[in-house]
Design a protein around this ligand. Structure first.
Ligand code: UD1
Length: 364
C-alpha cells in the first residue's frame, strides 16, 4: 500500500511523526511518502520540529509559503495534484485542520484516492474560524476517520458518517509528548529566559479573531499587563502576532511580558510543564495541558476540544480583559481544576491506527 502522509504547518508535525514512524516498522505492507506543503517555512515553525521530533526529512517539499486562505489552499492543491498523479498513492493520510489538511484531502478526493483523517470529527461550531471550515470539508471527503474522543464520534455520526468508518483511537499528539517528555527535561530554556519553575505563566496567541483586530488585541494586552504585575508572562510569539503587535503599536514592559521567537518542540514542552499555568488560543496546547494536569485558560469563547473543559484542566475565558485577569488571579490563589487524562490518550494511538490500516490492507 502506497501511503502519502501530509504535513504542512507547525501543529501537524507532532501528529504525523508517530504515524510515519509506526508505518515504517511495517515496510512489507507500506511504502511511505512524506509530503511537506511548506505552509510553514521558518526554521522555528517547521525545521526545528523535524530535528526535535526525530522525523526524517520530507520526501517531497512543495514550498507553498504564505498567502490568503484561497491562494494558499489553491497553490497546495495544484502542487499536490502533481504529486498524486505521479505517485498514485493508495491512501492519503491528513491530520488536524490547517489549510494543508483541507487542500490535500480535497485534491485526493477528486482523484478518487481514499483519505484517512486523523483527529476527525472535532467541531467548534464556529464557521468564522478557517479551521472549522477545513475540519467539516475534510471530514466530508474522507473515508477513514480516526478520532480522539467520543464527542468527535458523535459529531461525525450526526453528519451522516457510517459508524463502520469511525475509529476511536485516542490522541496521536500525546504519543509524541510521551516519547519526548523525559528528553525535554534536559532543555535549558528556563535558564536562558531567566525564570524559575512555577514562577511564570506561558502565553501563546495567534488566532486571527484575537490578533487581527486592533481593539481586541489591545484589550487583551491590558489584561496581560495587569497580570504581569503579579507574575511574569513568557510569550513565544507567532510571526502573525508579532506583525500585528508592531502594526498596532502595542507597548508593554519586557520584564513582565517576556516576548521571544517561537520555540522548538522540546523547549516549549519544558516551558509549559514547569509553568504556573498557560494562557493560550491554540488547540493542541489545550490538549497537552489537560494530559499533563496543568491549568489552562483558553483565550477563546468556544473550543472544538470540549473534553479538555469537561474532563481536563481547561477553562474558556474568551478575550475579555476582566475575565482573563479574574480567572488568572484565581489560579494564582490556588483555585483551579485538577482534571483527568481522557480515555485512550496513552501514547499508543499510532500503533492503533497502523493496526487498523494493516487490517484494511489485508482485507482489500
Ligand atoms: C496556521 C493554521 C492554524 C494553526 C497555526 C499554528 C490555517 C488556516 N491555520 O495558522 O490552524 O493553529 O497555523 O501556527 O491553516 N508566517 C511566517 N513564517 C512561517 C509561517 C507563517 O512568518 O513559517 C507568517 C506569515 O506572515 C503568514 C502568517 O504567519 O502570513 C500566517 O501563517 P498561516 O500559515 O497562513 O496561518 P497561521 O496563523 O500560522
Amino acid at each position: 500500500m502506497k501511503v502519502v502522509l501530509v504535513a504542512g504547518a507547525r501543529p501537524n508535525f507532532m501528529k504525523i511523526a508517530p504515524i510515519f514512524n509506526e508505518l515504517k516498522k511495517y515496510k512489507h505492507y507500506f511504502d511511505t511518502i512524506l509530503v511537506h506543503t511548506g505552509q510553514h517555512y521558518d526554521y522555528n515553525m517547521s525545521g526545528s520540529f523535524f530535528r526535535d521530533l526525530e522525523l526524517s526529512k520530507p520526501d517531497i517539499f512543495l514550498g507553498i509559503g504564505s498567502g490568503t486562505q484561497a491562494v494558499q489552499t489553491a497553490k497546495i492543491m495544484v502542487e499536490f495534484e502533481r504529486v498524486c498523479l505521479k505517485n498514485k498513492p493508495d491512501l492519503v493520510i491528513v491530520v488536524g485542520d490547517v489549510n494543508s489538511t483541507l487542500a490535500c484531502s480535497l485534491t485526493a478526493a477528486k482523484l478518487c484516492i481514499p483519505i484517512a483523517h486523523v483527529e476527525a470529527g472535532l467541531r467548534s461550531f464556529d464557521r468564522t474560524m478557517p479551521e472549522e471550515v477545513n475540519r467539516v470539508i475534510t471530514d466530508h471527503v474522507s473515508d477513514l476517520f480516526f478520532t480522539t474522543c467520543e464527542d468527535a464520534n458523535n459529531n461525525l455520526k450526526r453528519e451522516g458518517v457510517s459508524n463502520k468508518k469511525i475509529f476511536f483511537v485516542g490522541n496521536v499528539m500525546i504519543d509524541t509528548l510521551e516519547k519526548l517528555k523525559v528528553k525535554s527535561e534536559e532543555s535549558l530554556v528556563l535558564e536562558k529566559i531567566g525564570v524559575r519553575k512555577n514562577g511564570y505563566v506561558v502565553l501563546t496567541l495567534h488566532r486571527p479573531s484575537n490578533v487581527d483586530d486592533k481593539k481586541t488585541l489591545r484589550n487583551m494586552f491590558e489584561a496581560f499587563r495587569d497580570l504581569g504585575k503579579h507574575i511574569p508572562l513568557v510569550f513565544p510569539v507567532h510571526p502573525r502576532t508579532l506583525k500585528q503587535i508592531n502594526r498596532f503599536g502595542i507597548n508593554f514592559d519586557s520584564k513582565s511580558i517576556k516576548l521571544m521567537e517561537p520555540l522548538g518542540y522540546l523547549d516549549f514542552m519544558k516551558l509549559y510543564m514547569d509553568s504556573k499555568f498557560v494562557l493560550t488560543d491554540s488547540g493542541g496546547i489545550q490538549e497537552e495541558t489537560t494530559y499533563l494536569g496543568i491549568p489552562c485558560l483558553t483565550l477563546r469563547s468556544n473550543t472544538e476540544r470540549p473534553i479538555t473543559v469537561s474532563e481536563g484542566t481547561n477553562t474558556l475565558v474568551g478575550n475579555n480583559r476582566n475575565k482573563i485577569l479574574r480567572e488568572s488571579l484565581r489560579i494564582l490563589k490556588g483555585k483551579y481544576k485538577i482534571g483527568k487524562k481522557p480515555k485512550l490518550w496513552d501514547g499508543r494511538t499510532a500503533q492503533r491506527i497502523v493496526k487498523i490500516l494493516i487490517k484494511k490492507f489485508r482485507r482489500d
